[in-house]
Design a protein. Structure first.
Length: 269
């Protein structure tokens, strides 16, 4: 018998729970337990709440691609989510969700769902997973959990191959980070958590001293159902120009399978 993660009390499932109001309309309460270095809930967490509503309206089990536009910062408190089924096909189903607070739209997401059951076919990876030591041998960055009582750093564990240089005031590094990541309370990652986890990383541009960055748009491709265990992650930026930057994210599971890729466009403040 499979374990119901909500019944088990895992924080991510509890805090992204939605209640159906009417057809296509859901309510939720965003908590203050997933804030970043600001007082605003993490964008990935907000997106996961919206997707919890959307997936109830679609026939396919797994998100394949999710694209979210962040229109304004979210805040802890009540939220309304309106969903729409755009198309139901034989192999994919597409819909959209809009999460609002106080009558103002916070995030609008479009997603296509399908079935990620193992399939045969050609496989090519021009670059493999990060060559990380075992998590027990990697640096535990305690500063991420010491920012405050309700930060995401208390709910997500990180282990870095090297201590991020920006923590020690060095801002002349390469905007790239490789690290392990998992939920702190023992919840295993699944396809419904991956679009959120793609936004859980400290931005790579902190390595060059760019500390204030706000996501405009985030697209995540979910490639496979992850195996249990730590996730090996690679986050990097190649271009910073005109007050904007992109950030790419790769997530590989404990068996070395690529389970998600993401790219976001962000504003530097």
């Amino acid at each position: 018998m499979s374990l119901d993660p909500t019944a088990a009390g895992f924080e991510f499932d509890r805090d992204t729970r939605v209640e159906k109001d009417t057809d296509g309309v859901f309510t939720a309460v965003l908590t203050d337990g997933w804030t970043t270095f600001t007082t605003h809930p993490n964008g990935g967490y907000v997106l996961a709440t919206a997707l919890n509503a959307l997936r109830q309206s679609l026939s396919q089990p797994d998100p394949l691609v999710v694209s979210a536009f962040y229109l304004r910062p979210a805040a802890p408190g009540p939220a309304e989510i309106r969903t729409e089924t755009v198309r139901e096909g034989r192999r994919t189903a597409t819909g959209q969700a809009s999460l609002s607070q106080g009558g103002k739209e916070v995030v609008r997401a479009t997603a296509t769902y399908g079935d990620l059951s193992p399939a045969q076919g050609p496989r090519l990876h021009t670059q493999g997973p990060p060559g990380l030591p075992d998590p027990q041998e990697c640096a535990h960055v305690r500063e991420f959990a010491d920012v405050g009582p309700n930060t995401i750093g208390l709910r997500v564990e990180y282990r870095y191959s090297e201590r991020p240089a920006f923590l020690d005031g060095r801002t002349d590094g390469d905007p790239q980070m490789e690290f392990w990541m998992r939920f702190a309370d023992g919840r295993q990652a699944d396809v419904h958590a991956l679009p959120a986890m793609a936004d859980f990383a400290v931005p790579a541009v902190t390595q060059i001293g760019a500390y204030n960055t706000v996501t405009v748009e985030l697209t995540t491709h979910v490639r496979a159902r992850p195996a249990p265990g730590w996730l090996a992650c690679r986050a990097f930026t190649r271009h910073v120009d005109g007050g904007f930057h992109e950030e790419d994210m790769e997530i590989w599971d404990s068996t070395g399978v690529l389970v998600a890729q993401a790219r976001q466009l962000a504003i530097l403040l």
